[in-house]
Structure formats: C-alpha cells, structure tokens
Design a protein around this ligand. Structure first.
Ligand SMILES: Cc1cc2nc3c(=O)[nH]c(=O)nc-3n(C[C@H](O)[C@H](O)[C@H](O)COP(=O)(O)OP(=O)(O)OC[C@H]3O[C@@H](n4cnc5c(N)ncnc54)[C@H](O)[C@@H]3O)c2cc1C
Length: 302
C-alpha cells in the first residue's frame, strides 16, 4: 500500500543540491508492495506462505531477479549544471524532457566554486580528484571564475539584445550553467543509476544528486527495497577470482603479518599477478575495508 500522506509531503518538495540545484519528486507509481506483487506472479501463491515481503524483496535483490523492480516508476524534476547533466544523461534507460534554450532564455544560474572547494587532480585515478587546492590559490580561482561567469552571461545577453536567435546566442554559455529536466525512470534502472553514481569513484557533483535522490526520495517511498539495495548492492563487495585467492591465502596463513605488503609480495602469487595497477589498488582497498590491511593514504576518487 502506498502511504498517501508521505507522497503528498514529498511531491513537489525541492531538495536542494549544490548551490542552485535541486531534485523534486513529481510522481511515483508503485511501492515496495508493487515489486513484491509482481514477483509473486512469477513465483506463485506458495511464496505467500514461505516468505514475507521483506524476505522476498531481499531474495530478489540478492539474486538479481530484476524485472519486478521495473514495475515501479519515479518521475523527477531536476535542476543540474550542464556538465553534471552530461554524465546523468548517459543513463539511457530513462525518459527525458529537458528545458529548451532554443525556445527559452537560458536559466540565469551557474554552479560556482567556493575558494576551499577546488579539488586537486588525483595521481592514481586519472578520472578522479584527491585532496584540495589551498585556499590562497582557491580564492584567486574563485575570483577568476566569477568574472568569467559574469562575462559569459553578459555576452549571451548582448547577443539576445541584438536580436541573435536563442539557439545561436547560447553557444558560449559555460557548462556550469544550470539546466532543468523531467527524468522518469523505473526503479530497477534508478537503483542502477544510484549504484554507479553514489559510489566514491563517481564525480562529487553527481554523487550529491544521487545521494539526495536515494536518501530523500527512494528511501522513504521504498524502505524495504532501499534496505536490500544498501545490503546487496551499494555496500556489498564483489571479489574477483584473484582477490579470493589472496584472501584465502591470508586466511590459511592464520595471522595478519606486521608488514602485510611484504608478506603478500613474498607469499602470494595472485597478488604478484595483480602487479602494480588499478586492479591491485582496488584489491588493497577491499582488504582495507575488511580490516585486513592497514589504512594508507589513498585517492578519494572524484
Ligand atoms: C565512474 C564512471 C565513469 C565513467 N566514465 C565514462 C567515460 O569516461 N566515458 C564515457 O563515455 N562514459 C563514461 N561513463 C558512463 C558509463 O559508461 C555508462 O554509460 C553510464 O554509467 C550509464 O550506465 P548504463 O549503460 O549501465 O546505464 P543505462 O544507459 O541506463 O543502461 C542500463 C542497462 O541497459 C542496457 N542497455 C541500455 N542501452 C543499451 C544498448 N543500446 N544496447 C545494449 N544494452 C543497453 C545495458 O545492460 C545497460 O547496462 C562513466 C560512468 C561512471 C559511473
């Protein structure tokens, strides 16, 4: 059953993201129950006796029986900087209507960066960032950014004022300009989006959007699905064959050595096979998460 009071509270509420962005629930079809109901069609009446809704949902998520999750849908209105939207729109399994800057004036809002928010390029992960640029340099960059945003907007407005078509006047607007879109997606593909975009390797900005959608919208409307999603997707860990070898050798050795890296290097063929590469770094991160290796300073993604 859908809790109508909850939906009325959530619908059209703008959850702020970044400086001028938001996500807003427009409509929803289905609930935890809709997923369970669809699954029971395929598993038959028997499941009613042997498993309650929560157990069944957790089973479906654990075993990647995904189609029942397609029975629920969520429609959002989002306001998002264009560069973040460019990553978002790569998720093709959604229906989209975007604000048209051919038809209307471009939204007069840009995503600005505070002086302490400039991230440093990561060395290990070429796509990511790690640590921050100092505020002295950051203040200068923020000042330059502000001047640039003002100049870009003023050029755009000058073109519009001179009668240039909106479709052409917009061509030099920065990617930090906000756009708006309706985004409708089924729950299965929404969870897929969240799993990829709430992950530390995703870019900070899209992580903020995905986390807000997950926490503020999906969690209250689909509490059992959300719980299973955290347990079996977002906070779960996949182990490759080589990683399993490393772990079982460590377990068989019966001790956590003082210098784990040296121990692994000497003893573990799989560890050596992984060599010095992203795969080995990822294996190390997993061992750290499991409390087997000591924490070292690592890239914090981006
Ligand atoms: C951290 C990160 C870094 C990324 N870096 C890059 C990058 O550098 N360059 C880049 O181009 N992209 C990049 N991407 C985007 C990525 O490659 C995917 O396009 C994006 O994550 C959408 O995932 P998806 O295709 O699974 O989702 P969706 O498009 O929603 O598709 C969901 C699933 O539907 C199926 N599907 C959808 N369309 C088709 C189709 N046409 N044919 C067959 N099956 C289909 C597939 O099973 C797919 O997994 C990055 C994504 C992340 C999370």
């Amino acid at each position: 059953m859908q809790d109508n009071t909850l939906l009325e509270t959530l619908k059209w509420k703008k959850f702020p993201v970044l400086d001028h962005g938001f996500v807003c629930l427009v409509d929803v079809m289905g609930s935890d129950t809709a997923v369970v109901q669809a699954a029971r069609v395929s598993y038959g009446e028997g499941t009613r006796k042997t498993s309650d809704d929560r157990t069944l949902l957790r089973y479906l998520m654990r075993h990647r029986h995904t189609t029942p999750f397609e029975m629920a849908e969520v429609k959002l209105l989002v306001r998002v900087p264009m560069d973040t939207w460019r990553q978002w729109i790569r998720h093709r399994t959604a229906s989209v209507n975007e604000y048209s800057t051919r038809y209307s004036l471009a939204i007069d809002a840009v995503y600005a960066t505070e002086s302490d928010a400039w991230r440093r390029q990561a060395t290990a992960n070429r796509q990511g960032s790690e640590g921050m640029i100092g505020t002295e340099c950051g203040s200068r960059l923020t000042e330059r950014e502000k001047a640039f945003h003002e100049q870009a907007r003023s050029l755009y407005e000058e073109r519009i004022g001179s009668g240039v078509a909106r479709e052409q006047a917009r061509k030099d607007l920065p990617l930090s300009t906000y756009t708006e879109a309706y985004w409708k997606v089924d729950l299965h593909n929404l969870l897929r989006f969240l799993a990829l975009r709430m992950e530390p390797n995703a870019q900070f900005e899209i992580v903020r959007y995905a986390t807000t959608i997950g926490q503020e919208i999906v969690r209250p409307i689909f509490p059992l699905v959300w719980e299973a999603f955290l347990d079996y997707q977002l906070k779960s860990m996949r182990l490759s064959r080589l990683e399993q070898d490393v772990l079982s050798r460590l377990a068989r050795s019966g001790r956590i050595p003082a210098d784990e890296e040296q121990f692994l290097e000497a003893q573990d063929e799989s560890w050596r096979t992984l060599e010095r590469c992203r795969e080995r770094d990822e294996c190390r991160e997993k061992l750290i998460r499991l409390g087997i290796l000591a924490v070292r300073s690592e890239s914090n993604g981006g």
